[in-house]
Design a protein around this ligand. Structure first.
Ligand SMILES: Cc1cc2nc3c(=O)[nH]c(=O)nc-3n(C[C@H](O)[C@H](O)[C@H](O)COP(=O)(O)O)c2cc1C
Length: 324
């Protein structure tokens, strides 16, 4: 694509983070949606009743997703998220990936897959799939559960997902399809939508190809937020765990996107294991930082109050410490 041919990889560290705090459309969209929402939560009837009345109030206190805990199959389950929320008030919590087909085929049993404790807001539902009708239907069914955002998985390299299922990271090879899928998802919900992807797949790993993916998806669909796991995926038979360590991290791709798509929002992910690294990424301009394994293995270090205070000071967005 001609428009993308000129992208280069010089890293821009111009800080642009403060804009994110001020222009957060997520709040208004989320609140109006939730006010219409019939809450279906993983809780007692009494809790349901109480929460039904206050979703707008909950939403007002969400900070933008400048720090989030990554979706992790079998790890970021209901129990983990409950514990994480006890420690961190504002971290955005992602669910494990849920296949659209599961939601659609289990539509009489949705609480089992979609219900969560109301304390877990802000919470993002990650779905996976490659059937547009099912992705749209799954999103529609999830509306009753009032997630704060719907995210499409375009990064999973598991052969079960990227191979047979042809979804996960395989989708990166077909940006037009992803744009169509994201349009269908967005049309089925009132909350923001986002894509989580890698920086490439196998030999499709140039910066220009990544730009082409981002450009097509963002211009052909309402997607404005991308979470970039900053390593490519190898579909040559290595395990998902190896795919999280063997391909090298290329943060320069991430910072290139920040520079070249100033109207979009990007969250950096991959290999961030300390509070200092989170702060450094924010100071370098990342709109958001997503932490996966370290938020599980070094749970306390990554999610403590001290961390939140530290980040909030960087954001200049905390009116008083009781908001943290
Ligand atoms: C056990 C495990 C399960 C994961 N499951 C998912 C998933 O369901 N969806 C997804 O997009 N990424 C998944 N990932 C990838 C993470 O979200 C994240 O992108 C990756 O671990 C890199 O971030 P990190 O270096 O901070 O861990 C998983 C990672 C782990 C360790």
């Amino acid at each position: 694509m001609m428009k993308l041919a000129g992208y280069s990889l010089a890293v821009s560290f111009a800080p642009i983070s403060s804009n994110v705090v001020k222009s957060n459309k997520r709040f208004t969209v989320g609140i109006s949606h939730r006010n219409r929402c019939s809450y279906r939560l993983f809780s007692t009837h009494a809790q349901k009743h109480q929460l039904h009345e206050k979703p707008g109030v909950v939403a007002r206190y969400h900070l933008p997703p400048w720090f989030s805990v990554a979706p992790m199959m079998d790890w970021t389950d209901h129990h983990y998220r409950t514990l994480a929320r006890l420690i961190s008030k504002h971290a955005w919590l992602y669910t494990e990936m849920l296949a659209a087909e599961t939601i659609v085929h289990q539509k009489d049993n949705l609480d089992r897959f979609l219900a969560y404790s109301p304390d877990q807001h802000p919470i993002v539902l990650q779905i996976g799939g490659s059937n547009i009708e099912n992705l749209a239907k799954a999103t529609e069914l999830a509306n009753a559960y009032c997630y704060d955002e719907i995210n499409l998985n375009c990064g999973c390299p598991s052969p079960k997902v990227a191979g047979h299922g042809c979804f996960g990271v395989s989708l990166m090879l077909n940006p037009k399809f992803v744009a169509e899928a994201m349009s269908a998802i967005a049309a089925s919900t009132n909350v923001p939508v986002s894509v989580k992807c890698r920086i490439g797949v196998d030999d499709h790993d140039s910066y220009n190809e990544l730009c082409d993916f981002i450009y097509q998806v963002s211009s052909l669909s309402p997607t404005k937020h991308f979470i970039i796991h900053s390593r490519k995926a190898l579909l040559n038979g290595i395990s998902p765990a190896e795919n999280r360590s063997i391909p090298p991290l290329k943060y320069e791709y991430f910072y290139g996107l920040l520079r070249d798509f100033p109207d979009l929002r990007f969250t950096i992910n991959g290999g961030i294991t300390s509070v200092d690294e989170v702060s450094a990424a924010r100071e370098a301009g990342a709109h958001g930082v997503m932490v996966g394994r370290a938020a599980y293995n070094k749970f306390w270090d990554m999610l403590t109050l001290q961390f939140m205070v530290h980040q909030a000071v960087i954001l200049h967005d905390v009116r008083s410490l009781k908001d943290i």
